[in-house]
Design a protein around this ligand. Structure first.
Ligand code: HEC
Ligand code: HEC
Ligand code: HEC
Ligand code: HEC
Length: 434
């Protein structure tokens, strides 16, 4: 059973919140007096209200030895139930219908055929099985299920290249306890990095990030598959090197599947440009944003709740903070009485409008370059100079477009990416029109 308790803790919590608000009061636009240690004093409930259990893990019922959600249900009924609630997040939209220019700029790649918005963690296996994007290798399962992480941990990196269907048949659960806790959830909810490439890429720098942020950063990241063994890998090694500029420089410097220098995901048919496809760099974007030193992903995406029996726990339904009263209340500790829904939506509207503008220009560049290739009047070297700018412009656009918070995690970075993209489009167009 989850530990129960509480009573006058509420009163203490209230006093702490008042103190925290007084401490932080008026800092936005003024001095930032807030430090990471104070994070535990934010919100109606705080981590100090949680009674962390130290219990042995139940016997694993999964074939591979991962203790699954059902195994934990008796010990952590609320956490298991709320994790299951991720099934309620089932809404998807097609980005290709929303932003038709994408079909053109992703031409020749799977994303031009099928690109829907993400939904809850309970759908990962279903969605990877259903996607029309080609997925010959098992590496597509990296971010979908704890059973794949366990397989890599048991057998090593050869697993990434195994046939998708063969490995898929062995997978038992969607993202679950083992993904973020290993089998150690009974050890005060200890967070464990189970995705081996995270520690491979970041090394000792892992400890420079908050564990709860790294927990999500196992998947909500930019990644690539290595040329050597199709292993999932992060293209950086530290906070400093996880910017779009540094990542681009990294991709430019490593080998590609033709044996040349300069990694690419695909060569766009009409233009011949060796393209990169960005993934979903929430970890990178957030880590360079204004909240990075103050909060972790769980602070804004995992509301703390109190059950009827007094148990306080992190809800494991991962929601938008704009759709959850508890999370919205916690913003007030720093943002005071700002209407956060309006504030965030206004910012996202500005970012999305700019995306549409730059995305359409990128599509025009692609058409102009295709025409130039067909016309055959430019030399291969002249075309390559345009292709380089085209590749870079699309990379910066994509790094912003595919980030799931639409600018809310880091609007400065979003605008920087779009401005850089536009600048490179203009330069490329100038070369074509010269
Ligand atoms: C996607 C990652 C993720 C998954 C999956 C996950 N957890 Fe957690 N868990 C977290 C994070 C993040 C925290 C909060 C850490 C913090 O305090 O910042 C947490 C906290 C906890 C805690 C500490 C108590 C609390 O409420 O904060 C326990 C216990 C726990 N999880 C158990 C489980 C169990 C059991 C499962 C499977 C049913 C599970 N978790 C699945 C990421 C995850
Ligand atoms: C094992 C990889 C993995 C980890 C770890 C992980 N996620 Fe996810 N997350 C995904 C995938 C994959 C999807 C998309 C699922 C789908 O659409 O089928 C997703 C979807 C989501 C969504 C829904 C997005 C939408 O548009 O509706 C949210 C919110 C989210 N994750 C937050 C988090 C947070 C917060 C953490 C850390 C506590 C986390 N995730 C950890 C892989 C992961
Ligand atoms: C300061 C609060 C805050 C923190 C901390 C934070 N986010 Fe977010 N996140 C937001 C907001 C605001 C949105 C936009 C929600 C919306 O559009 O409804 C968002 C959106 C998202 C989405 C898309 C969800 C959806 O429903 O569309 C994902 C996925 C996500 N964040 C993951 C993360 C990850 C991973 C981290 C840590 C690396 C993180 N967030 C840290 C506030 C935060
Ligand atoms: C610990 C204090 C703190 C908490 C709690 C907090 N924020 Fe913030 N937030 C800040 C600071 C500091 C800034 C930067 C303000 C500035 O530059 O003027 C900021 C800025 C923002 C921005 C603009 C980011 C950008 O890059 O333009 C958004 C969006 C935002 N917060 C959303 C939220 C939401 C939603 C919540 C609650 C779920 C929240 N914040 C909770 C401290 C906090």
């Amino acid at each position: 059973m989850e530990k129960r308790h509480l009573g006058l803790k509420i009163i203490i919590a209230a006093a702490v919140i008042i103190a925290a608000v007084a401490l932080i009061g008026g800092f936005i636009g003024g001095d930032l007096m807030y430090h990471l240690e104070n994070r535990d004093k934010i919100g109606p409930l705080t981590r100090s209200d949680i009674e962390y259990l130290n219990v042995a893990a139940p016997t694993a019922t999964s074939k591979d030895g991962t203790v699954n959600a059902a195994d934990w249900a008796e010990i952590y009924p609320y956490i298991v139930a709320t994790m299951g609630d991720n099934a309620k997040n089932s809404y998807v939209t097609s980005y290709l219908e929303e932003d038709p220019y994408l079909v053109n700029i992703y031409e020749g790649y799977g994303f031009a055929k099928d690109y829907g918005s993400a939904r809850g963690h309970e759908y990962t296996l279903e969605d990877v099985a259903a996607t029309e994007r080609p997925h010959p290798n098992a590496n597509c399962l990296t971010c979908k299920t704890p059973n794949f992480a366990k397989l890599v941990n048991d057998l090593g990196v050869s697993v990434y290249k195994m046939p998708f269907d063969e490995v898929m048949a062995m997978m038992e659960e969607n993202i679950s306890c083992y993904t973020c806790h290993g089998n150690e959830a009974g050890n005060a909810g200890k967070l464990v990095v189970t995705h081996s490439y995270v520690t491979k890429a970041l090394g000792d720098n892992v400890s420079t990030f908050d564990p709860a942020t790294v927990s999500c950063g196992q998947c909500h990241i930019e990644y690539y598959f290595t040329v050597e063994n199709a292993e999932t890998m992060m293209p950086y090694s530290s906070l400093e090197t996880m910017t779009p500029e540094a990542i681009l420089a990294y991709y430019d410097s490593i080998g590609n599947k033709d044996g040349g220098v300069g990694f690419y995901d695909w060569i766009q048919p009409g233009t011949g440009t060796p393209m990169l496809k960005a993934q979903h760099p929430e970890f990178e974007t957030f880590s360079h944003g204004k909240h990075a030193a103050l909060l972790n992903c769980a602070d804004c995406h995992m509301p703390m709740e109190m059950a009827e029996d007094g148990t306080v726990y992190h809800s494991h339904i991962l929601v938008s903070p704009l759709e959850n009263e508890t999370l919205l209340e916690s913003c007030a500790a720093c943002h005071q009485d700002t209407d956060m829904v309006t504030f965030v939506h206004r910012l996202q509207d500005r970012v999305t409008a700019r995306e549409t503008e730059v995305g359409n220009k990128l599509s025009d560049l692609k058409d102009a370059l295709t025409a130039a290739v067909e016309a055959g009047k430019l030399t291969e070297a002249e075309l390559d100079a345009v292709r380089k700018l085209h590749r870079e412009a699309q990379w910066f656009f994509d790094f912003c477009y595919v980030e799931n918070a639409e600018g809310a995690h880091n609007s400065e970075l979003a605008f920087r990416c779009l401005d850089t993209s536009e600048q490179k489009i203009d330069e490329a167009m100038a070369l074509l029109n010269a």
